[in-house]
Every structure is written in C-alpha cells, then in structure tokens.
Ligand binder design. Structure first.
Ligand code: MG
Length: 156
C-alpha cells in the first residue's frame, strides 16, 4: 500500500527549524503548535494515508494541550506503532522538502538516519531530498516551508 503526505508551515525569525528530528541552523524557523517539523508531519500523513486512517490533525489535534511543543518524533513513533498493530511494515519512505534557505545538503544524511531510526528501517530505505523553489511563491519569499512524503507499506 502506498501513502502520501504533505505539510506546510509558516517561517519566522527567531523560531527553531527542525526537519526529520534534526535541528537546522537557520535565521528562520517554523511557527507551530508542536516543533513544526514539516518533514515528520508529512511522514505521519503518508503512513496514516497508506492505512486509510485519516490525517495527523485527527489523531493529534493542535487544540489539545498534550501536543504543545511536542517533538514530532513522538508522533511518528505513535503512527509507526499503528502500522505495526495493523500488521504492516514500512518498505520505504521518500520525502522532499521545499525550502529557499538554508541549503539542506549538509544535513541530508543526518535527517535520513533520524527518519530511518524513527521508522525502524535501514537508512537505505529512506530518501530525503531537498529543492529550492527558485524564489517563486511564498516558499521562495521565505515565508514558509513545505514537505511532501510517499511511503510504501507491506503486510508483515
Ligand atoms: Mg505540521
């Protein structure tokens, strides 16, 4: 089964930027109820999508104080547990982050390892890609950051 996820967050100066559980040195970070990790939020939605279980907002509502400032890795662990409880395993994860600045190249391998660990799969089965929007649109103006993620699940 295949799942797809998408997430977007606003960026502002003085906020943290966390991607795939890895802290990124950046002038701007995400404004969010949680840690604003767009990559992990897109991953959660991809996994939930493959299972047909709705979206991250239904499972972890941002109106619930329990999720204020929560590390998104904890949300991924909960969703990965749902995958296992339903008798599936994650085959692979493929994600793309769209961001004008900073360049993510120096962080890609660390993000890949972090995502793999959260998913309980080898890093070779995780792909983390990054692209700039060529200064186009709200991401190009550095007002926001986007992430897209696809995953495949197989019965165990
Ligand atoms: Mg989000």
């Amino acid at each position: 089964m295949v799942g797809f996820g998408y997430d977007v967050h606003r960026l502002a100066e003085g906020e943290r930027l966390v991607l795939g559980g890895v802290e990124i040195a950046s002038e701007k970070g995400t404004i969010a109820h949680s840690d604003g990790d767009v990559l992990l939020h897109a991953l959660c939605d991809a996994l939930l999508g493959a299972l047909g279980l709705g979206d991250i907002g239904e499972h972890f509502p941002d109106t619930d104080p329990a999720y204020r400032g929560i590390a998104s890795g904890r949300l991924v662990e909960r969703v990965v547990a749902m995958v296992q409880e339903r008798g599936y395993r994650i085959v692979n994860v493929d994600a793309t982050v769209v961001l004008q600045r900073p360049r993510l190249q120096p962080y890609k391998e660390a993000i890949r390892r972090s995502v793999a660990q959260l998913c309980g799969i080898p890093p070779e089965r995780v792909s983390v890609k990054a692209t700039t929007p060529e200064r186009l649109g709200f991401v190009g103006r550095e007002e926001g950051i986007q992430a897209f993620c696809v995953c495949e699940l197989q019965p165990r």
